[in-house]
Structure formats: C-alpha cells, structure tokens
Design a binder for this molecule. Structure first.
Ligand SMILES: C[C@H](O)[C@H](O)[C@H]1CNC2=NC(N)=NC(=O)C2=N1
Length: 93
C-alpha cells in the first residue's frame, strides 16, 4: 500500500487531469467563484481525513492546485492515485 509506484504504474493509472512534477502529481482546476473553490476544498478535506492522506492545496481566488505525494514513502504510492480519483470525482460533482 505504501510502496512507491513506478513511472509505468503512474502512466497506467491514466490520471489524465494530473501532471507528474518530480515525485508528486498536481491538478490545477478553476471553479466559477472563490466560494465554489472553497466548497471543493472542504469536500477534499473530508475525503483526506477519511483516507488519512492529505494533499497540499494552493488556493488563489477561484483556482486550486492540488499536489499529492506520500511524504512517509518519499514519492507516489497507491494512496495518491486513490486520492486523485476521489478529488476528480468531487470536482466533477
Ligand atoms: C499518521 C498518519 O497516517 C500520517 O501522518 C499520514 C497523514 N497524512 C499524510 N498525507 C500524505 N500526503 N503523506 C503522508 O505520508 C501522510 N501521513
């Protein structure tokens, strides 16, 4: 579960909205308003607490940047892929 994923594993996960940046993945998303952005942040916070896995979040008016990595493993693990999918679902809804 906390094993580091290979580059191939990350490609195979097909996280099309995410960009690999060094040992992490980032998704930038623009919402319709600051409040809408904060609502997404709150939903992601719930998902993060539930998973006990926490993204770095950069908030700039209505644009959010989520960055995922597993600090304890020093890179990307399945936990990041799982949280990325949850974030994608929360943004879509
Ligand atoms: C004790 C607890 O499981 C750890 O501190 C968790 C919490 N959230 C975390 N989040 C992330 N992104 N990486 C971690 O290594 C991590 N560790």
């Amino acid at each position: 579960m906390t094993e580091l994923l290979t580059d191939r594993d990350i490609e195979d996960a097909r996280l099309t909205e995410w960009t690999v940046v060094e040992k992490s993945i980032t998704r930038i998303v623009e919402l319709t308003s600051f409040r809408a952005a904060i609502e997404v942040v709150n939903r992601v916070a719930d998902a993060a607490e539930e998973a006990d896995h926490h993204p770095d979040i950069d908030i700039r008016w209505r644009t959010l940047a989520f960055t995922l990595s597993t600090h304890s493993a020093g890179g990307l693990t399945q936990k990041d892929v799982d949280l990325a999918r949850r974030i994608d679902a929360l943004i879509a809804n």
